[in-house]
Ligand binder design. Structure first.
Ligand code: CA
Length: 550
């Protein structure tokens, strides 16, 4: 394209006079503000731009104005994902929750001149103010009552008492996040804000107005909802048209085979979950509006991810005819709905199958994005890539030495090239592990097992839903990948124990004592709990007992 010089000069002058170009040029020279938003136990298909029917217009807008990752991996578990997100390392390598071999993104960015703040769930040792965050509001615990909180709340390092009323964690997190941004603006520094929502982790607790919005929307059940989500994932181009979804497993009952009380109970659980996720979106919207109002949205890099897939562990006895919209009533996670929420994948939180480790991943940064807004990126990436990315865009250096910690190198790579449409150069495969669930993603191939059972092998380009195990057909590839996984366990994670895993025979069908038990009668199910017997289950279902402690 050729420009007439006079027209170009006129256009530039006009833009400068109106302030548009001037502010754009100026902001491009400044390190971006950074906002990382982590949600807790969100399924791959829960939000609108990943196939869900839950109303998430604010997250969808970030996706359509940024890029969306179709293969963004977490570690399948709360604490290990937080470790990897903050340190760029695999959890065990980083020193686990003590972070004894790592520095955090807050420390790296603070040392590079950023104002650092966090709101929400910490779930690691010490507290955020010990690891580089100038400001912190939230709970140190892994889960808490949304309306009543717990005694682990802190504000800037000091114990904080949860108000007796008008409190809901998802809202309070953004109240404080906005407060911290106001404080950041009093300085001349760019800011790094890390918001770690506890939603939609159990206990299932929704604000009354959000709960009311979703009543009546889940009567169709999980088979129909899951099919609709998969159809939307294909229609929007998130997943290939020819993808074969994983079928409903034996441990999830067909919706039309549930007895009436089971359907009522399950509908109530999904209504509550949808309401909790809708509220996350509303609060993300409040945060984005605040950035926009301060003319900061263009040069703020926002990343949205979940720490693991939907949680199937049904740890409370059923409660019927209740609305979990206050501190005294809550519901537990549902195995059947978790299967639908992780659509089209297999398994759940803690498992290294795609249902456990696949998260929505949205990156929004208008000033930094060099490719078409709304692009879907199919390159596999992982939470270990977050710290290298933040350091890269901020111009910060990740240190190799620390006065008190024996640092290990980061394993992640910067995702910045993806913003320009370039290829990602990842020198090593992605190592996958939580407890005895293992896996390795190497290019198009994935090695995986379930709770330490026999290794399975999948071609992820042809079979992302892991329906066709090629372990027997590709023994050489299988063994090569097993050896690589072991070698990385030793060399990168520094775990001799992990490098010599005990592999158990395959169990078929797979089972877990905490998955929902579906009875055939109108009797309440006998299920595993720490203390409850079927008799106490009956008693609690009538609403006569307080919820069990978390
Ligand atoms: Ca989690």
């Amino acid at each position: 394209m050729r420009f007439d010089v006079r027209t170009l000069v006129g256009a530039v002058l006009g833009a400068v006079l109106s302030g548009g170009l001037f502010s754009t040029v100026l902001s491009a020279q400044q390190p971006p503000n950074i906002v990382v938003i982590l949600v807790d136990d969100l399924g791959y298909s829960d939000i609108g731009c990943y196939g869900g029917e839950i109303e998430t217009p604010n997250l969808d807008a970030l996706a359509s104005g940024g890029v969306r990752f179709s293969q963004f991996y977490n570690t399948a578990k709360c604490h290990s994902s937080r470790v990897s997100l903050l340190t760029g390392q695999y959890c065990i390598a980083a020193g686990d929750t003590a972070l004894s071999h790592a520095v955090t993104s807050a420390e790296v960015l603070r040392d590079s001149g950023y104002f650092t703040a966090m709101a929400g769930k910490w779930h690691l040792k010490e507290q955020p103010t010990d690891f580089g965050f100038d400001r912190y509001f939230g709970h140190l615990s892994g889960a808490c009552n949304y309306f009543a909180g717990d005694n682990s709340f802190r504000l800037n390092g000091e114990p904080w008492t949860v108000p007796k009323s008008d409190f809901y964690t998802t809202v309070a997190n953004i109240d404080y996040a906005l407060d911290f941004l106001g404080q950041a603006r009093q300085t001349s520094k760019p800011f790094y804000l890390y918001v770690a929502f506890n939603a939609p982790h159990a206990p299932l607790h929704a604000l009354p107005e959000d709960y009311a919005k979703y009543k009546g929307r889940y009567d169709a059940g999980w088979d129909i909802i899951r099919d609709a989500r998969i159809a939307k994932q294909k229609a929007t181009g998130l997943l290939p048209q020819d993808l074969v979804p994983s079928p409903r497993p034996e441990h999830v009952r067909a919706w039309d085979k549930l007895v009436p009380w089971q359907r009522d109970y399950e509908i109530n659980r999904m209504v509550t979950l949808a309401a909790m996720i809708d509220r996350v979106d509303q609060e993300v919207g409040r945060l984005v509006d605040d950035l926009r109002r301060h003319d900061e949205l263009d040069n703020t890099m926002i990343l949205f991810v979940s720490d693991n897939g939907a949680c199937p562990y049904d740890r409370k006895v059923p409660r019927l005819n209740v609305e979990p919209t206050n501190a005294n009533v809550s519901l537990a996670d549902s195995t059947g709905w978790s299967w639908a929420r992780n659509a089209p994948f297999r398994f759940y939180k803690q498992n290294q199958f795609e249902g456990g480790i696949s998260t929505p991943g949205i990156l929004h940064w208008p000033s930094g994005l060099k490719r078409q807004a709304g692009t879907i990126v199919d390159t596999p990436v992982h939470l270990i890539d977050v710290l290298p990315t933040l350091a890269d865009v901020a111009g910060a250096t990740i240190p190799s030495e620390h006065p008190e910690r024996d640092l290990r190198p980061v394993s992640g790579v910067s995702l910045k090239p993806i913003l320009a449409g370039d290829e990602l150069d990842r020198p090593e495969p992605i190592h996958l592990q939580f407890a005895t669930d293992y896996g390795l993603r190497d290019g198009d191939w994935k090695l995986v097992n379930f709770k330490g059972q026999a290794w399975e092998l999948y071609n992820m380009v042809e079979d992302r839903a892991e329906t066709n195990n090629l372990a027997a057909a590709e023994p050489e590839r299988l063994n090569r990948m097993i050896e690589k996984w072991k070698q990385m366990s030793l060399d990168v994670l520094k775990s001799p124990r992990l490098a010599n895993p005990k592999i158990l025979p395959a169990e078929d069908p797979k089972s877990n004592r905490e998955w929902t038990v579906y009875s055939d009668t109108d009797e309440l199910p006998v299920r595993w709990t720490r203390k409850n017997t079927p008799n106490s289950a009956k008693k609690q279902s009538q609403g006569t007992a307080k919820d069990a402690p978390l």
